[in-house]
Design a binder for this molecule. Sequence first.
Ligand SMILES: Nc1ncnc2c1ncn2[C@@H]1O[C@H](COP(=O)(O)OP(=O)(O)OP(=O)(O)O)[C@@H](O)[C@H]1O
Length: 273
Amino acid sequence: MIEVKNLNKNFKSKKIIQDLSLTIQENQLTSLIGPNGAGKSTLLNMIGRLCPYDSGQILIDGIEVEGWESTELAKKLSIMKQSNPLGLQISVRELMAFGRFPHSKGRLTKQDQEIIDESLDYLSLSDLQDKKITELSGGQLQRAFIGMVICQDTKYILLDEPLNNLDINHSIGIMNLLRRLVDEKGKTVVVVMHDINYASQFSDRIIAMKDGKLFANDDANDVFQKDIVDDLFDIDVEIIEYNLRKYCIYYGNDCEECLNNTEDVKTFHQATN
Ligand SMILES: Nc1ncnc2c1ncn2[C@@H]1O[C@H](COP(=O)(O)OP(=O)(O)OP(=O)(O)O)[C@@H](O)[C@H]1O
């Protein structure tokens, strides 16, 4: 279980996370949603010990995250950040082998190779395994980074916007894969998601954040209430139900205003062209 207790984080004097307390249950897929700047990535990075916090506690299986020995933490928890370093002249297979490092310390065993093969297969990357990661498309690279995290084979898997750059087919593929990791392998997966309908379709639990504070934390269907989603994103949505899951339909509720501003838009284009 991951427990966050009275967590606070400031960047300079700006409060980014404010007195945040929540629990992430094991063997569930939890989505972190909320508007830009809400503090989702900061929270995920603090749970993954990529960013220190100012006060409060984060407990991973009862031990404060700062107290974990590094290799032991890397066997327990993996994290994929929103942006990953590019420019490394390594192959897809070598990237995925990095994920085995906490287990193999660089000496890959037969079992490590089998796990890499399985992950390549899971992510439909077998054909690309020898290709340099600098030569991949955005979506292929994203899948390779997810593969690296999956190769790490940790109980907790944290992913910051894993669907970035992915087409609909691969997005559904990744979400189905994350579900299988939860349902078949007993993993605990936490994802930062911008597409709230994917979050609704695939999550057990939704944690919504706004302005560094907890806004909602409930079963997916309970968070997907019109008043909650409207207030969370300051928009006007319609909630529909399909196959026992709730989905949001959102219209550009500023459209009338946009139309009224057509002259301003024309003037802007003339000025900039
Ligand atoms: N290293 C940093 N230094 C200063 N401010 C930061 C830093 N990292 C994040 N912030 C600020 O913290 C706030 C929360 O950022 P964070 O990336 O956690 O939000 P988010 O909810 O993940 O947003 P998004 O949906 O846009 O990715 C933002 O106002 C951001 O500008």
